[in-house]
Each structure stands twice: as C-alpha cells, then as structure tokens.
Design a protein around this ligand. Structure first.
Ligand code: PLP
Length: 217
C-alpha cells in the first residue's frame, strides 16, 4: 500500500459517508519504523505523525521537525505520569489521557505554561483488563473531572479489541462523545479506518498500511 493509496481510500470513505473531503485527519503512525520510510513519507508531503513511545519520539522528531516545517506529532501510546512533562513539551496532541493522576499532572503543566496539546480521552470500549483507557461507565465523570481541572478535552479515542468487529466500538465511542459535547473522534487503524470514517472518525491512526509491517527487533 502506501500513503497515496491510503489517502485516496480515505477520500472514498468520506464521500461514502456523505462527509466533505478533507474532514478526516490522517495520522501516519511511525512508531518503530525505519527512519528512511518516515523521511520518504515526509517527502511525499505527510505532516501529521503518531508515536507510541516518548523516548523514541524525543530521539527522532526534533530533528525531523526542523527539516520538515509544519510537522505535528501526536502521542497515541500509553503515557506514564513521570513522562508527562516530556510528552507535554514534545507532542501537539495526546490521545491517551486515561486516568485522574495523568489529568492532574497535565493540568498543572497547562496552568504553568498557559497552553496545552490537543487532548483526547482514551476509552476502553471493550472493557479489556489488559488495555489502557477509562471504562465506558466512568467516561462521563472522568470527562467532567478533566473539565473541572480546566483541561481542554477535544475528543475521545479508542482501540477496539482485536479480532472483533470494530463498528460497535466506534458507534459506542461516538455516542459517549455526543452526549459529552465532544466533536473529535480518534478511531480507526490500518484494518478498520474506513469503518471508523463511516461512524464519524475525525482522526484515523494508520501505521502498517502506509509504512509496511513493523519489525520489533
Ligand atoms: C500502532 C498503533 C496504530 C497503528 O496500527 P496499524 O495497525 O499499524 O495501522 C494505531 N493506533 C495505536 C494506538 C497504535 O498503537
């Protein structure tokens, strides 16, 4: 596949969903990918990337950003509280706000600096014990709690369970967003981004379908 094909599939999915073209933001998930593949994608014009590991992102993006102005990097992996400050300074968006201790930390950083990355609350729509994210039943209260701390929550994010139909999870996430007045939905990966767009995704996170398989050496 590759960037060009994914962009045209996104355009087709937008049209099929009756949505204007360009309403879905493509996040190219570059975690663990060889640097030359990431640079090739930057050279093709892609400017929004997703990373899962603070350390890896800190090692690669300051330099790439100065070479490719206007590049934004989004944190899409679990965020440890002790890395929150580094993440706050490094990323344009954090998709994995999932617990009160992290909300506290981000809120203190936002107050001190007078700015904040775009924030998504991660919801564990499958209620999977091993997976990060606030449980669906706790989402409304958590979002209210973030707002009470003056955190500018923009939307919600989910990672549906593997080997199941993602659509009910996308529908559920969209419902939680609507009833909480949130407009942004980060959902859909290589295998299901078209289904996510059909259910209102504003941000799709696509890795292997753009860059090829990741090899965790
Ligand atoms: C790795 C990752 C992706 C991209 O997955 P692909 O299947 O390679 O598209 C998307 N979202 C999150 C949270 C990820 O960790």
């Amino acid at each position: 596949m590759g960037l060009t094909e994914i962009k045209s599939r996104i355009a087709v999915a937008e049209t099929a969903a009756g949505r204007p073209q360009g309403t879905v933001t493509l996040i190219a998930v570059s975690k663990v990918q060889p640097l030359e593949r990431v640079i090739a994608t930057l050279e093709q014009g892609q400017r929004i990337f997703g990373e899962n590991y603070v350390q890896e992102a800190a090692g690669k993006w300051p330099d790439l950003r100065s070479r490719f102005p206007g590049t934004a990097v989004h944190m899409i992996g679990p965020l440890q509280t002790n890395k929150a400050r580094l993440a706050f300074d490094l990323f344009d968006a954090i998709h994995t706000l999932d617990r009160p201790s992290l909300a506290d930390k981000l809120s203190r950083l936002a107050q001190a600096q007078g700015r904040c990355p775009m924030l998504f609350v991660q919801v564990n729509t499958g209620a999977e014990p091993q997976k990060a994210g606030i449980l669906p039943d706790d989402a409304d209260a958590f979002i209210a709690d973030c707002r009470a701390k003056d955190l500018p929550v923009a939307g919600l994010m989910c990672i549906p369970p593997e080997d199941t139909d993602s659509t009910p999870h996308f529908v559920h996430l969209a419902e939680i967003a609507t009833r909480n007045g949130l407009s942004q939905l980060s959902m859909g990966m290589s295998s299901d981004f078209e289904a996510a767009i059909a259910r209102g995704a504003t941000h799709v996170r696509v890795g292997s379908a753009i860059f090829g398989a990741r090899s965790y050496a």
